[in-house]
Structures are given as C-alpha cells and as structure tokens.
Design a protein around this ligand. Sequence first.
Ligand code: DOR
Ligand code: ZN
Length: 351
Amino acid sequence: MTDASHAPTSITLVRPDDWHLHLRDGAALATTVPHAAAQFARAIVMPNLRPPVTTAQLAVEYRQRILDALPAGAAFEPLMTLYLTDRLPPEEIVRAKAAGVVALKLYPAGATTNSDAGVTDLRHAYPTLEAMQKAGMPLLVHGEVTDPSTDLFDREALFIDQKLIPLRRDFPELKIVMEHVTTREGAHYVRDAGPFTGATITPHHLLYNRNALFIGGIRPHYYCLPVLKREVHRLALVEAATSGSGRFFLGTDSAPHAAHLKEHAVGCAGCYVAHAAIELYAQAFERAGALDKLEAFASLNGPAFYGLQPNSERITLKREGWTVPESYPLGEATVKPLGAGETLDWAIARG
Ligand code: DOR
Ligand code: ZN
C-alpha cells in the first residue's frame, strides 16, 4: 500500500527470526520471552547465563524454562546454543546435536558479560571445533580480542587478523557467524569470506554511531559490546545489511540489564531492543531507502545460512507512530528499552 508520495504505509514480510538473543533466566523470562515471541518465530538463545549453558542437558532444561514463560497461544521456537569453553568435550557436540542444540558460542574469556568461563586460547578448543565442523554445527563468535592494552575501538579488527583468519584457514568448512559485527573491516571480511561465513547485525549498530554514548553527558543505555563505532563503520553496516547479500542477517543482541546496573559507576554492557526490534530495523532500512531489502535480511538469509526453512506466516508493519515506554519490569528491577520515550514510525499490526 502506498500514499501519494509513494512512501509505503505498510509492509508485509515473512515472519522474521532473531539469530542472536539474550533471554536471561528466572523472573526476567516473564518480560523477555513475550517480547521476543511477539516479533519472531524463532530465536537463537545465547548461553551466557550464570553458570553458563555448557552441556546438552543444561540447554534442554533452559529451553523448557523458556517455553514455560511463553504466553498462552504464542508460537515461538527457542533455538539453543552451548557456551564453548577451553575444555568442552568433543563428545558433547554429538549429544548437543541429538538434543536439538543448533550452535556453539565463542566468548573470548573476559570479552563481555559472563564471559569469564570463555575460551582463553582457541587452540585448546580445536578438538571440539573439529567435531563441530564434522557435525555441521556453527560457531557463533564474539569477535573481539581481549588484551587490555589494545584500544577498545580496534578490538574487532584485531580479532579478524589475529584469530578469525587463522581459524577460517584451519577449519575451512566450519560455519562461522561473526555476531553483532560493528566495523567496516568486519563487514568486508564477511562479505568476501565465502559461503561458510555469515554475520548478524543489531538494530542499534545500524541506527547509531559512538556519539550516541556521549550526547549531553554519558548515556549508559547505548553502551554495549562490541561498542558503537564511528559513522564510517555504521555506514558500512547499513550497506552490508541492505546489499541483498545472503551473508548478513538479523540478530538483535537484545541484552537486558537492570537499569540501575547500567546507570552505575561500572555500568553493564547491553542494549534492550526486543520490545521493538523489527520496528527499529524498519526505521534503519527506510532511512537507507532500502525497505525492499528488509525481508531478505530479517526473514530469509538467516534460515538459509542455518539450513532451515523460512517461516510460513507473515507479519505486517504499519506506518503508525507509537511511543516506546520508559521502562519494562525485569524481575524485581526495571529495564530501560532502546528508544525509551521516543516515537517510532513503524508498528507491528496485531490481530
Ligand atoms: O553488550 C553486550 N551484552 N555484549 C555482549 O556480548 C553480551 C551482552 C550481555 O549478555 O549482556
Ligand atoms: Zn550477545
């Protein structure tokens, strides 16, 4: 449907999936699961709980807690992941595959929230990576070096040179997803790396550059890892997402933290976007004049990379301004969503 100026007033898409999502656990699930299920048919659920999800058994139990938090009648399939450690036994990959686990997540130790149990040296994990390559189990990568002497803004580009290029060489057929890619270097690496490499891109990295962290004072709700970068990088991500390349797909990295723990002397990293993810992506794609590329990015490229079918239902977005609430409950605390108090142009048509 279009109005006189040819700007569409609604768009209909195959129902999207979220290929990178933090749902947390316990009481938080009452907020995060309904938000995700209102938008997406499936989501890849990150395993960085405390303690981390390191066995097939823990993943199966966590999956059930997620399903128990679904609103009545909601259809939503959590796709579970395991947390890679230095010593995850290769046999666990076979058990994980049999239990329906779809991928493993690599957190370099110390890179981000709950990453202390992560990998200290990728060579320790080589037998497990071998088993993954054999099983066709993708490796989802938090692509930042952790050496504290490196500049925070350079950590993704350094990771590509120091870790990803050697990993790709040693495991040529391991499916690798560079999660939440944030730089021009990352986008170009993935664009050129061949069919076994993909990347997710968050709505916040498409909409904001690092200035957002400092407008009029420090803005902790825009702080996530990898951190927002310069405008030149944001533009490269927009170009990648809207290019039509199947290597790039939707992954929100929605990562809720209690507001008081972000508004803190040592604020937590993570932006909460699950309340309005597809609306935020629509905003970014429309600003780039590329709404026609949204469906491939949001609904088709991810399933194709993972060897799954796209969803059969559709959703409709209407051009209908709405104001994002200032907060949502998160257990006994609250979470401040991205865009709190701001008006978004697009809304999911309900019912
Ligand atoms: O900002 C982030 N928050 N980046 C991550 O990699 C983890 C996430 C979280 O779990 O809070
Ligand atoms: Zn994440």
